[in-house]
Write a protein that binds this ligand. Sequence first.
Ligand code: TNX
Length: 634
Amino acid sequence: MTYVLENSWAPEPAPAGTWQITLTNLSDAPLSDFGLSLTSITRIMPTHQLRNARFHRRAANYHEFSPTDPTPLAPGESWTFSVTGLNRSPFHRNDAAKTAWITGADGGVYPVQVGDLTHAGTIPVLPRPRLPAGRLTLPFALLPWPNAIDATAGDAPVILHAAAGSARDDLRLMMSVDALHSRLFPAARKIFQLSAVPGSRALRFAEEAGLPAEGYRLTFDDDITLAASSTAGRRYGLVTLAQMLHGAFTDPEFTFPRTGQITDAPRYGWRGCHLDVSRHFWTPAEVRRVIDIMAWHKLNLFHWHLTDDEGWRAEIMAYPELTRAGATRGAGLPAMLPQLGDGPETRRQFYTQDEMRDVVAHAGALGIDIMPEIETPGHAASVLAALPRLADPDEPENSYYSVQGYSNNALNPAVPETFDMLETVFDEIAAIFPSRYVHIGGDEVAANAWLASPLAQALMERENLSGTFELQSWFLRRVKAMLTARGKVMVGWNEIAHGGGVPPEDTLLMAWENPQVGIDLAREGYDVVMTPGQAYYLDMVQSDDWLENGAGWAGPVPPEKSYAYEAEGDFPDDLRHHMRGVQACIWCEHYTTTAWFNDLVFPRLGAVAEAAWTQAAFKDWQRFARQVRLHPTL
Ligand code: TNX
C-alpha cells in the first residue's frame, strides 16, 4: 500500500463543520494528474465549499475529487483539502471515508489505505465494556430464559440418547438439533445419540395435546421426558436441552438438571430477525449461519431484505437486468458505482433462485419462516439503474433526493410497466418463498418524490390525488391487491400508513421510527411488529463514544438498552392484541466485515430474542449478561 488517506472533522462552521482530507504519497514515484475516489456515508451537499480540490461528482456515498494544484505530488508529500457543506455532522470514526482509491493519468486504479475519521481537537474516549460480568440465577445455560423452571443441578455432564422405541420423526428432529449444535460449535463434543452409551441418559418423547402450539414440557428424572403438541414445540424443547448440555460441557459453572421441570412457551408469535443483503452482500453460507444462530435463539421469522438502492440481490428470470446491472457495483460502471466501503473492483453479487430455495429449505428444517422483502416504491435506485425505461423520461434529473442521498429513486406509479414488473417479480418470488408474508418496503419515500414527473402529475390529476403520499397510498393499494391475489399478507414499514394507507386487513406494519408509531398504527387498526430503531436496530452505535462503529440516528443503543426495552410497555390494553411481536433489524451500511457484524449484532440479538420469548417478569439483565457469552457468532 503506497498511498494513505487520513481524514478528520471539526465542528466549525455550523451546522455540519469541516471535513479535512489528506492524501500522502508513500510510493517511490511522483503522482500527477490523478483523481481521488472515496466512499463516505457523510456526504457533500450540492452547495458545498471546497479548498484545494476540485469536485467531480457524487452518487449517494461515492465521491470524486482531484487537486486544484497540478504540481505532481512527490514521494513523501501530501495533498490536503477540506470541504464544508456536509449533509450532517459525523458522530463516529466510521462516518466518513471508508474506502478510497486513485485513478492515475494512465487510467490505472491504485488502492489507498484509509484511516479512521478523527475528531479534530479531542482525544477519543475508548468505548466502555458492553456487558457486566453478570451472574447466574440457576446453573443452566439457557437463553432465552424459559417461562417456568424448577430444577435441581446435576453433577457430571451427560449426553442424551433416544429412548428405545422412539418414533422416526422424533429421532430425525433430535439429530437435526444435534447437527445444528455441531454447525454452530464445530469443536464441541456431540450432545445427542440415537443409542445408549456409558453414562448417557434416555430422552423420551411424549405427545401432549394440551400444550401450546410452540410450547413444550421437560421433566427430568432418571430419564428425561419431552412433551409437546407440535413439531415446533418439540424442536424448542430439544434446543433447550442442547443449550444446557453445551453449557455444561464448555463452562464449569454450568450443569445439567438432575430432577425437576421446565414448562415453556414463547411470549410472542412473531420473533423476527431481518438482514440487509443489499448494502453489504452476505453469501448463502453466511445467511444459513445467521439462520442457524436464529434457531439457537428460538427466533422463528427471517426477514430477508433482498433489494434496496445499493443492490438487487434476487435472481428474477423474466428480468435478468435486475441482477445483471442491479446487483453490480464497480468503479466507472454506468449503472451503479461503489458504495459503503466498496473498493473500485466490479462485484456482481446476488442469489440464484436455487440458492434462495436452498436457504428456504434450510430455514424450514429449523422451523424458521422466510419473509422476502422487495422494496417499493422507494429504495429502488438499483431497479431504475437496471431498467431505466421505468423512469418518466420527462422527469428532470435530481428532482428529489432520498435521505441516503439517492436521486429519483422511487418506482414511478404512473409508468404502467412498473406494475407489470412487480407482478412478474411477485410471481417468481412467491414460487420460491412459501411464506404467507411478503414485505414490500414502503419506507422513506422523499416527501417531494414524483412531483416533477409530468406522468405522475397527470395521474394525480386524473385520480384526484394530492401530494406524494396520497400517490404512494394509491400505488401501495395496487401492490396490496397483487399480494392478495397471490394469497399473501402484505407486510411493510410504518410509512405505508401515510397518505391514506392501505386496508388494515391482512396487512402487517413494522414500527421502526419509534415506539409511539407502533401504538398509533394499532389505533388505526393495523397489526404491528415492534422493531424500533431506538432498541432493536442492531446497526446503531452502542455508546456515543467517537470510536464506536455504527449509525447514530436512533442511537446510542447499548445492549442493556436493547435488553430493558419493553415493546408492549406503553401499549394501551385495548390495543395490545394488535402487537404481534418483536424483531431485530440488521442494516448493513456500516457492516463492512464479519468482525463488524459480530461486534454490532452480539449480544444485542440475544437481547431481542429474550424479549421475544421470555415474559417481562422473568427478564434479568445480569443473568442475560452471564448467559449470552456462550452464544455463537457469525
Ligand atoms: C432507515 S428502517 C432505513 C434503512 C436504513 C436504516 C439505518 C427503514 C425502514 N429504513 O434504509 O438502513 O434506517 O439504520
